[in-house]
Design a protein around this ligand. Structure first.
Ligand code: ADP
Ligand code: MG
Length: 740
């Protein structure tokens, strides 16, 4: 135990004596109400709008929301009026366009409803224009050079596909209007615009394909997404004493404790009461916002947890995941906890990902409505359709694996991908043994290619058995796994906005759907039966994409060799992964789909590369400061104390040799750390001097920069294990991860 004045001791005292905070549930007449009675009370759903809006206005709004149609600006004043009345009745005083610049976070600027009428009397007002458009100063958001600062005009525009909601914080309530953020020439400055475009493009392409294969009356193909969120909850008092966690979202130093996760006792273990109390309050807030969180459990690492929602339309799920992260951070503080969604806060134990479960579903006014296109059906036709869309996903992932890798390339995720806990940097797809057999049989043309129905029967797939989740082998090592009726993109990082990686996935799949549609059209010139033609196209696609399917252990060293043999990319570092955004294939994909202009694409590359550089520079400066102001001073003090004790003992005629030996050993470690920190200082200076050339700077930082930082850490961690506990100023892993 450290001495009473050591900040660590004070933190420990605080965390071991803090009572559990219990949040009351909504009640009526003293009786607790079930969640369903107040679920969504802080959001205005389409259903509530229907009750309040004139029919014609409602229909236009519903079409904009449900079918992705352009919003008719005539209806804005009426809708604004309804929203205002609802918000004011809930005690809301301000409104904001809530948008997602390329910071990974959300942004907002509040405006009061307060206004004055012609008699200068105070009133509440909210106009159609205010609902639809707002103008933040665009120059202070990352744009990757897309907009010169002298032309820093951009605006936010209401995205009606995501419901407005009320944020409650610090005793106030304000209305959030989910919005996109675009430059005056229409260029996408945010994460959401490209995502919406990709959803639209995918829908259009999928509808075309469905029309040809005979599924008529489809109004839209939506994509569905369920994002499982992993996170750590550690004590705020410890967090506050760790400059690295505060500045860089990860512990840059810290000796591994004797116990990490090796006992395998945390996963699905009992949730500690104070954590349960916190998570329950997070859920309460999220339920009020209409975010359907339905599962919670302990994750593998100590103090690591996960919550997952019921899947929703991708565009909404993306906003909701931002809310999950924001509410987690906010509510945790009320419980004296710090929520950390970063990818790898603690070396040596698992990091946090965000498994993105993704599929495609039909919206229609006939019995096709709700059909999941990645779910095997009951008839040969339905299963051919399933195989066609499965082939499209595999084709998209095969061709644009590099882009998918770029989509998850962040400084934090770099520590996660490839470690023996998270999917590796090689993008491959897992489909399970049952589908592998089907795919391989089809590809091998073991059946007559001419009659699809017979072929399907012969394959035993006229009725594909429900590929139950338990049926798929649940390969947890795959970065992109088919799990029954959806793919699970597992390599996405815990703190990322899912908009970007999912947009890339949707772009890749949309292109593949088009390619297959074109091939199908060609086949149909000579083949009469659509099903037969579909089977032929599917067969070719399965053959062509064989390399991207991998059923084995993605963590094994042999896979690295095998993947290379197959010609798959293995992009381990962020800069090389991001470079995938600049390839000709990427340019052509975005041009042909219209999801990003070449300038928008380039800006995304720059924003992300710059972010990576800034992240690593922040890490370098933080570790340097910690070494200089905390670790070395603590080591000197400890060394001084044993040296003087040795001196005193010697004067008293005691054999102090053991203490002298200890002092010498410590002194050596201190000298090593001093040497390494000097090297680090030089590396930082050199890196900063490269600021004119971002690519060179990133390359230097990701190699020499990160390597030197790792050496400094080793030296610091060696000292942590010898310096007397009362001298050590930084909360240790054991304190942060094993609360008592
Ligand atoms: P698993 O056992 O594979 O984790 P779950 O049924 O628990 O599967 O679902 C995990 C996540 O996948 C949940 O968020 C769930 O809503 C989501 N999910 C299920 N079906 C779909 C789908 N068709 N599209 C998108 N996400 C889905
Ligand atoms: Mg999980």
């Amino acid at each position: 135990m450290a001495s009473p004045n050591n900040p660590r001791s004070m933190a420990l005292r605080e965390v071991t004596t803090r009572p559990v905070r219990i949040t009351p549930r909504p009640e009526e007449n003293g009786v607790q109400q079930p969640v369903s009675a107040w679920y969504g009370c802080n959001t205005l759903s389409l259903r509530q709008m229907r009750a309040k809006l004139p029919k014609s206005v409602y229909q236009k709004l519903a079409a904009a929301i449900r079918l992705g149609k352009k919003l008719d600006s005539d209806i804005a004043p009426t809708v604004a009026q309804v929203i205002k009345e609802w918000a004011i009745s809930r005690g809301v005083s301000h409104f904001t366009h809530w948008f997602q610049p390329q910071t990974g976070l959300t942004a907002e600027k509040h405006d009061a409803f307060l206004n004055f009428d012609e008699n200068k009397l105070p009133i509440e007002s909210f106009t159609g224009e205010q609902l639809i458009q707002s103008e933040p100063d665009a120059s202070s958001f990352p744009s990757g050079g897309l907009r010169a600062t002298w032309e820093a005009r951009g605006y936010t525009a209401w995205n009606p596909s995501s419901p407005v909601f009320i944020s409650e914080t610090g005793g106030t309530k304000y209305l959030c209007v989910p919005s996109v953020f675009i430059g005056y020439n229409g260029e996408a400055l945010d994460e959401v615009t490209p995502l919406l475009r990709s959803s639209d493009v995918l829908s259009a392409r999928a509808m075309e394909l469905l029309e040809i294969i005979g599924d008529k009356g489809v109004l839209r193909v939506t994509t569905t997404l369920g994002a499982e969120q992993e996170f750590f909850l550690i004590d705020r008092a410890h967090f506050a004493l760790r400059p690295d966690l505060i500045m860089a979202n990860r512990a840059l130093v810290g000796a591994p404790p004797p116990r990490g996760q090796q006992l395998e006792d945390h996963y699905f273990g009992g949730i500690p009461e104070r954590v349960q109390a916190c998570i329950s309050e997070v859920e309460l807030e999220l339920y009020k916002l209409g975010v359907p969180i339905v599962t919670r459990h302990n994750e593998v690492a100590p103090c690591q947890f996960e919550m997952a929602p019921i899947f929703e339309d991708t565009d909404i799920a993306t906003d909701h995941n931002q809310l999950v992260m924001a509410i987690l951070r906010k509510v945790a503080l009320r419980h004296g906890l710090q929520a950390i969604v970063a990818e790898k806060p603690f070396a040596g134990v698992n990091g946090s990902g965000k498994h993105c479960n993704w599929s495609m579903a039909i919206t229609s006014d006939n019995d096709l409505d709700g059909t999941n296109l990645l779910k095997p059906g009951k008839t040969p036709h339905q299963n051919l359709r399933f195989l066609m869309f499965l082939a499209a996903v595999l084709k998209g992932v095969h061709k644009h694996a590099g882009l998918l890798r770029a989509g998850i390339a962040t400084s934090g995720n770099e520590h996660r991908l490839g470690a023996n806990e998270a999917p590796p940097a090689i993008i491959s797809a897992f489909v399970g043994s049952m589908l592998t057999r089907v795919i391989e049989d089809i590809a091998a043309a073991k059946t007559s290619p001419t009659n699809a129905e017979q072929a399907m029967l012969k394959l035993g797939v006229a009725k594909l058995p429900e590929v139950e989740q338990d049926n798929t082998d649940r390969n947890r090592t795959s970065p992109f796994a088919f799990t029954g009726a959806k793919f699970e993109f597992r390599a996405v990082g815990g703190s990322q906005s899912i908009a970007f990686p999912v947009m890339l996935l949707q772009a890749a799949v949309a292109e593949a759907i088009s390619d297959l549609t074109e091939k199908l059209r060609k086949e149909l010139k000579t083949i009469k039966s659509t099903d037969d033609a579909v089977l032929k196209v599917v067969r070719a696609a399965f053959k062509e994409t064989a390399a991207v399917r991998f059923e084995g252990n993605n963590y094994a060293d042999e896979w690295v060799v095998e993947a290379q043999r197959r010609g798959l990319l293995n992009l381990r570092r962020t800069p090389e992964a991001l470079a995938q955004l600049t390839t000709d294939e990427a340019k052509s994909l975005f041009k042909s789909t219209g999801i990003l202009t070449s300038v928008e694409l380039e800006s995304r590359y720059h924003v992300r590369l710059e972010r990576y550089i800034k992240d690593i520079l922040i890490e370098l400066h933080t570790i340097q400061e910690m070494v200089d102001t905390q670790i070395l001073p603590a080591s000197y003090a400890y060394l001084g104390s044993i040296a003087s004790a040795a001196g005193q003992g010697h004067a008293a005629g005691i054999n102090m040799q053991p203490l002298v030996d200890a002092a010498n050993a410590t002194s050596k470690l201190v000298a090593t750390l001093q040497k390494k920190r000097s090297e680090l200082a030089k590396v930082t200076t050199k890196a900063e001097a490269l600021h004119q050339d971002a690519a060179a700077q990133a390359t230097y930082l990701t190699s020499t920069g990160c390597d030197t930082m790792a050496e400094v850490r080793d030296a610091a961690d060696a000292l942590e294990l010898v310096v007397g506990d009362e001298y050590w100023p930084l909360p240790r892993y054991r304190e942060m991860l094993f609360p008592v």
